[in-house]
Design a protein around this ligand. Structure first.
Ligand SMILES: Nc1nc2c(c(=O)[nH]1)N[C@H]1C(S)=C(S)[C@@H](COP(=O)(O)O)O[C@H]1N2
Ligand SMILES: [Mo]
Length: 254
């Protein structure tokens, strides 16, 4: 069993009923998603009033345990219909909406760094010329709200392969136009739904939702979805992140 790999390490597993339940399900060989978490805990993660408790329980897990359980999952996040899209879609950042960072398209270039063969920077025009995908998925914020939105852009796995990224590396890290940064594991970067999103509801990403681009990861909590991306780095050195460095659980996903 996967968990055995870490059995010699100190695990900080709170033995709450929820966690025991989840562990039990894991040993029964079931994969977990945020939807499955709802079923297990009897709380609807998608319901704002119930989400907080479940998400708090999740964030108490040790990252390594989560990686052992979820690390190789290719399970897809649920998708929804146009009618389910939340309007207006909520804005969130570590600052208020009046301070949204305005990035100009003119002169913008996405910078690439680290374990990547072709490090040439990308204009928005060049990114728009690549094949595009879009999905309607639920964004779940650790603060206890969720909303369904539609994001479109470049399949991130295709992009990583195209630029010759070392997909055996551990992490992909993002620096943003504000002081935000975050990082994800390579399995999540290569997940088929992970999208370098250039649009929201088929329109160019509005400034408040992260113009010129955000990484849309429907299998991760909202704070793992960086907006206003300026640079992408592939690395084996743990990069952390804005909230992760302040104690939010790094894995935070399914
Ligand atoms: N650059 C940047 N990205 C960010 C954040 C931020 O403050 N700055 N906040 C994160 C959090 S906590 C959430 S919930 C989502 C909110 O995205 P939205 O404004 O599209 O709802 O963006 C995430 N990405
Ligand atoms: Mo969030």
């Amino acid at each position: 069993m996967l968990l055995k790999r870490h059995s010699s390490e100190k695990l900080f597993l709170p033995r709450t009923k929820q966690v025991l339940n989840i562990e039990r399900r894991f040993f029964m060989g079931k994969a977990l998603s945020l939807g499955a978490l709802s079923m297990l805990t009897g709380c609807n993660v998608a319901d704002d009033s119930q989400a907080q408790g479940v998400l708090d329980a999740m964030s108490r897990w040790n990252d390594k345990v989560q990686l052992a359980i979820f690390g190789t999952t290719t399970q897809l996040a649920p998708t929804y219909t146009e009618a389910d899209i939340k309007d207006p879609f909520p804005f969130n950042a570590y600052y208020g909406e009046d301070e949204v960072r305005i990035v100009k398209e003119e002169g913008y270039k996405l910078e690439l760094a680290g374990l990547i063969d072709k490090k040439d920077s990308w204009t928005l025009q060049n990114l728009r010329a690549l094949p595009q995908q879009s999905q309607i998925t639920r964004h779940i914020c650790v603060e206890g709200w969720s909303a369904i939105g539609k994001w479109g852009g470049v399949n991130f796995a295709d992009f990583l392969h195209m630029i010759g990224a070392d997909t055996k590396a551990k992490y992909v890290a993002f620096k943003c136009a504000d002081d935000y940064h975050t990082s994800i594991d390579m399995a999540t970067a290569l997940h088929p739904q992970t999208t370098l999103a250039l649009t929201f509801r088929d329109q160019p990403l509005p400034p408040k939702y992260g113009f010129p681009m955000k990484l849309r990861i429907p299998t991760k909590l909202g704070f793992k979805n960086p907006k206003h991306i300026m640079s992408i780095e592939v690395t084996n050195d743990y990069p952390g992140g804005y909230w992760e460095d302040q104690g939010y659980n790094w894995f935070s996903g399914t």
